[in-house]
Ligand binder design. Structure first.
Ligand code: NAP
Length: 265
């Protein structure tokens, strides 16, 4: 039996086990997906390799620290974070960042192109880093707006041709943008949006990384203006799809994984 898992703290409410196990069921793969809450990531990765675990996803608070315990691919290295570890190469575990690929496939699934587009990214944490690199790599001009401007500046220094702003700049940036992504946690706890309602318009494609709730206030207001909306479950789904494909080499059963995920949201 193959064993995959998720390391993070906390991981109790993770949707990854049912999502991945639905794919094993669909393709009749003899595998399990389990969760771990270690104190430290280094010994956890070493232990997983020693035990013959096949693959791990990594989540908060270990994504950045995991980087120094694996051989990262170039994208994970540039982003500075790893969310997928593959143990199939016996010499060293390899590290990948499928959050970026998850956001890319979420846009693609909704037929939203990035090349030549103007993108406003709200946030400068882990999710924003992955999304900003993906947008720039796909040819968008990226404007990063964050509550803590110094953090936006630091991310904009790393992302090709990106600029940094405070949240107050959204009033001017969003009316000129084609793509808008919320990569902050705003909208999770309370029914609030990080973007002024008046700045939204019908030509936007709006993605929210928040997936609990699925319909955030930002997405509701964007839909009301006629914008294309992409909820956070799409990025979550496709980061899992990309991890599954790295680990198994099989095309993932996307519809089955999507159903397993959305049934629980
Ligand atoms: P993080 O690294 O902790 O970053 C949090 C971000 O939210 C920072 O930019 C922070 O701004 C901002 N923020 C927090 N509270 C705020 C407030 N009250 N007002 C304005 N900005 C605020 O977290 P993360 O890992 O990037 O996650 C961010 C969100 O994305 C979470 O909701 C997470 O669940 C979601 N996410 C979704 C996926 C997916 O697959 N759909 C993947 C990863 C993350 P400061 O820098 O000023 O603190």
């Amino acid at each position: 039996m193959d064993v995959y898992g998720l390391v993070g703290n906390p991981v109790g409410h993770s949707l990854s086990p049912p999502m991945h196990e639905s794919a094993y069921d669909e393709l009749e793969i003899d595998a399990r997906y389990v969760t771990f809450e270690p104190e430290e990531i280094g010994p956890a990765i070493e232990g997983a390799q020693a035990l013959g675990i096949d693959g791990l996803n990594v989540t908060i608070p270990f994504k950045e620290n995991a980087l120094s315990h694996v051989e990262p691919d170039s994208l994970a290295e540039r982003i500075g974070a790893v969310n997928t570890i593959d143990f199939s190469d016996s010499s060293a575990p390899t590290g990948h960042n499928t959050d970026a690929e998850g956001a890319r496939r979420a846009f693609e699934h909704h037929d939203v192109s990035r090349d030549g587009k103007s993108a406003a990214v709200v946030g400068a944490g882990g999710a924003a880093r992955a999304i900003a690199f993906m947008l720039a790599d796909d040819g968008a001009t990226v404007r990063i707006a964050n509550r803590t401007v110094a953090r936006a500046e630091s991310l904009a220094d790393d992302v090709p041709s990106a600029s940094a702003h405070g949240l107050d700049a959204l009033e001017e940036l969003v009316p000129k943008a084609d793509l808008l992504v919320n990569a902050t946690s705003v909208g999770m706890e309370d029914d609030v949006s990080p973007v002024p309602t008046a700045a939204l318009h019908g030509d936007l494609a709006v993605m929210d990384a928040v997936y609990r709730p699925l319909e955030t206030r930002l997405l509701r207001e964007a839909a009301d203006c006629g914008a294309t909306t992409i909820d956070g479950a799409w990025m979550l789904l496709f980061q899992g799809v990309a991890a599954f494909e790295i680990w198994t080499g099989f095309p993932a059963p996307v519809e089955r994984m999507d159903a397993a995920l959305r049934r629980r949201l």
